[in-house]
Design a protein around this ligand. Structure first.
Ligand code: TYD
Length: 213
């Protein structure tokens, strides 16, 4: 059992994860913290990210896509996450294994057992202590993203995002102890308050009292 605390943030495209993670990082400034984003985080994983998100790579099959996400994750787990947890750090991950289950499993229709086993192997079974799911409707997500250029996954459209969202909710139902679902259709300050409250209670349970680090 590691000494650190591993928290992942999940949600469909446009759910506001990145804004939230920045907010949380600022609030947690006094804690020893590692922030990572997936796919990415290490030089090798960033190269895999470029392969995955480049719109020119439309020939990538669903299975190849899943394996590449798992490869990027495997690298980040060994190179960054495990050492950080062993040092007792708080790890905040912008996406992790649940993204693969939701996007490649529920979104693309790949076999969930295959994805689960693949990820077990690639992460040595490391799961977050807690996962915050920002739940929004695909319509709201689309509106929030409208000013950015869409990457390969974001180009999939509303029906795909709807399947991914449904997948996330199923995952949360299967593991209610690990997941905390936040209604992210609301104004950011409400979403942030809600997520912060949850993180505070996790920190307090660990005996990591705010302001004491
Ligand atoms: P990114 O620009 O980081 O999106 P976001 O800010 O919404 O996290 O791109 C990551 C994309 O990759 C996003 O569309 C979700 C997708 N993805 C998967 O399909 N499977 C995965 O395992 C991961 C980690 C991400």
């Amino acid at each position: 059992m590691s000494e650190g605390l591993f928290i992942s943030l999940e949600g469909i495209d446009g759910s506001g994860k990145t804004t939230l993670i920045q907010y949380l990082q600022d609030k947690l400034a006094t804690y020893p913290l590692l922030r990572i984003r997936e796919p990415g985080g290490t030089a090798i994983s960033e190269k895999i990210r470029e392969l995955l998100l480049n719109i020119d790579n439309y020939l990538i099959t669903a299975r190849t896509e899943a394996i590449l996400y798992a490869a990027a994750r495997s690298q980040v787990v060994e190179q960054l996450i495990k050492p950080a947890l062993d040092e007792g750090k708080l790890v905040l991950a912008d996406r992790y294994v649940d993204s693969t289950m939701a996007y490649q499993g529920y979104g693309r229709g790949l076999d969930l057992q295959f994805l689960f086993t693949l990820n077990q192997l690639c992460t040595s079974g490391l799961l977050p202590d807690a996962t915050i799911l920002l739940d929004i409707t695909p319509q709201v997500g689309e509106k929030r993203r409208k000013h950015e250029e869409a990457d390969r996954l974001e180009q999939e459209g509303r029906e795909f995002q709807a399947r991914v969202r449904e997948g996330y909710l199923q995952l949360a139902l299967k593991e209610p102890k690990r997941f905390y679902v936040v209604n992210a259709n609301r104004e950011f300050r409400h979403v942030a308050e809600d997520a912060w409250g949850q993180i505070m209670s996790l920190l307090i349970k660990r005996g990591w009292l705010p302001g004491e680090n």
